[in-house]
Design a protein around this ligand. Structure first.
Ligand SMILES: [Zn+2]
Length: 471
């Protein structure tokens, strides 16, 4: 298959762009990339997709997500969400998150992600009331055909997590290994082990999950200082983890010897200039979720420009639908560009090209998938997105990468190919039934809300928005 006459943005090592370019793939692999005239001379027999007027990009890689949250979108916003004692969200609502609910939530997430050009996502799954709920997430990705990096998370300290969600270390390792045995295939689904959140896990859990990941030759991950409330005092100095460890988070993790290219650190909002060299020297990647940073209203954003300057691998993520709330990569790209400018007080702090790098090449590297995806290069997997350059938001096309980040929306995405299979064409989803998936997800949402036993709280919650709801 040849995609020809496109504006091909390869995101390869030299950041090559072909104004009239072509990409050739056979099965699930890219076999050639170059100028259309050269490619057509070499591969004249292949089937052709005419991409004239389209930008051809590597599929976006979403470095952080919580797919279980999508069916609960909208329930915890503006500081008005249901927040019974001890946890940000309604724990009784989360108790209903079984395999069916997670499947429905995962499938709805994928409709949204594919329509914004995402071909691969990370997922942190740590709500394990139902041991098999994580299977619902993995099955939804498998059925849709989206590339998945599935993080099985655990926590063993109470605080943010209620007691019934914590696990002892042996259970955490055993369950994580069950997930990797079942789902890790080194191809479309890759499993990583996660110690969920720095201030909610013991040193032993950090060390043991990392050790198990190394033994099983898998990645490892952890949330560091994100939007969730684990830093109730001064967020810069009063962080519980700092008081507990007597040092900055990266210094502490480095002393535990758990950092490295295979250790994904999510958020890192409070990281200081003193700590960034540790990330750079150890090659530890960071998942940057700008919308989630802002959503929490705590006026602090991951210091991404400094991290990039010092050579840290930073991938862009949407985060989950309860702290963002969109799984749309265009939303995340636009916000990443803007908020980093605000944070550094200069328009030069972040560029469209850097943002695109963070949503493709660097994102793939952050998830240790850079041998497979993140750029359009010979030998890589055929995860390819076509964006309509004539769509409102993309034209005029003199500098289309700027438009892609600053003015385009996911409505500009025309075609999405994952692992050589076309999953969306002309904005029509081919491998999934959007209406059915959304209907099922709605059903699961209402089942969870009704099953929580807290329906009485919802009318009260709605009133706080100062609207008059006329039934
Ligand atoms: Zn998260």
């Amino acid at each position: 298959m040849i995609i020809k006459k496109g504006y091909v943005v390869t995101m390869d090592e030299d950041m090559r762009v072909y104004r009239d370019g072509a990409v050739v793939f056979r099965g699930d692999r890219i076999v050639d990339v170059g100028k259309t005239e050269d490619i057509m001379r070499k591969h004249s027999d292949d089937e052709v997709i005419d991409a004239k007027g389209k930008m051809v990009l590597p599929g976006f890689v979403n470095t952080h997500n919580h797919l279980y949250q999508t069916i609960m979108r909208g329930l915890s916003d503006d500081g008005e969400g249901m927040r019974p004692e001890g946890y940000r969200w309604d724990i009784d609502l989360l108790r209903g998150l079984d395999r069916d609910a997670c499947y429905a939530s995962g499938a709805m997430s994928m409709v949204e992600m594919i329509r914004s050009g995402i071909t691969c996502t990370q997922d942190s799954h740590y709500i394990n009331f139902h041991r098999d709920s994580i299977n619902g997430i993995a099955e939804s990705a498998r059925d849709v055909g989206l590339r998945l990096v599935l993080g099985r998370g655990s926590w063993d300290l109470q605080g943010l997590a209620p007691e019934e969600l914590t696990e002892d270390i042996d259970t955490a390792i055993k369950e994580s290994r069950n997930v990797s045995k079942r789902w890790h295939n080194g191809d479309m689904t890759k499993v990583i082990y996660e110690a969920s959140l720095l201030s909610q896990v013991s040193d032993e859990l950090i060390l043991e999950t990392k050790r198990a990941a190394q033994e099983d030759e898998l990645g490892w991950g952890m949330h560091i200082q994100g939007p969730l409330a684990s830093h109730k005092n001064d967020p810069r100095t009063g962080d519980k983890s700092l008081r507990r460890y007597g040092g900055r988070a990266m210094e502490y993790l480095n002393s535990l010897n758990v950092l490295g290219p295979n250790s994904l650190l999510i958020h890192c909002t409070f990281t200081t200039n003193r700590e960034i060299p540790i990330l750079a020297q150890t090659g530890t990647p960071v998942a940057h979720c700008p919308c989630a940073n802002a959503w929490a209203g705590r006026s602090i954003v991951t210091p991404v420009p400094s991290m990039l300057d010092m050579g840290v691998t930073v991938g862009l993520g949407t985060d989950g639908a309860m702290t963002n709330n969109s799984l749309d990569m265009f939303h995340a790209m636009n916000f990443a560009a803007l908020i980093n400018k605000v944070n550094y007080g200069t328009t030069k702090a972040m560029t469209a090209e850097k943002v695109l790098n963070m949503s493709t090449r660097l994102a793939a590297k952050a998830l240790c998938l850079d041998d497979k995806v993140g750029s359009l290069e010979t030998g890589k997997k055929a995860d390819i997105v076509l964006v309509d350059m004539k769509a409102p938001g993309m034209a005029p096309t003199i500098l289309p990468i700027k438009n892609l980040v600053y003015s385009a929306t996911s409505l500009c995405v025309d075609t999405v190919i994952i692992n050589g299979k076309t999953v969306m064409e002309g904005r029509e989803l081919r491998t999934l039934d959007k209406e059915k998936i959304i209907e099922e997800a709605e059903k699961q949402t209402w089942r969870l809300v009704e099953g929580s036993g807290h329906m009485d709280r919802y009318p009260d919650f709605l009133k706080r928005g100062k609207m008059s709801y006329m039934n």
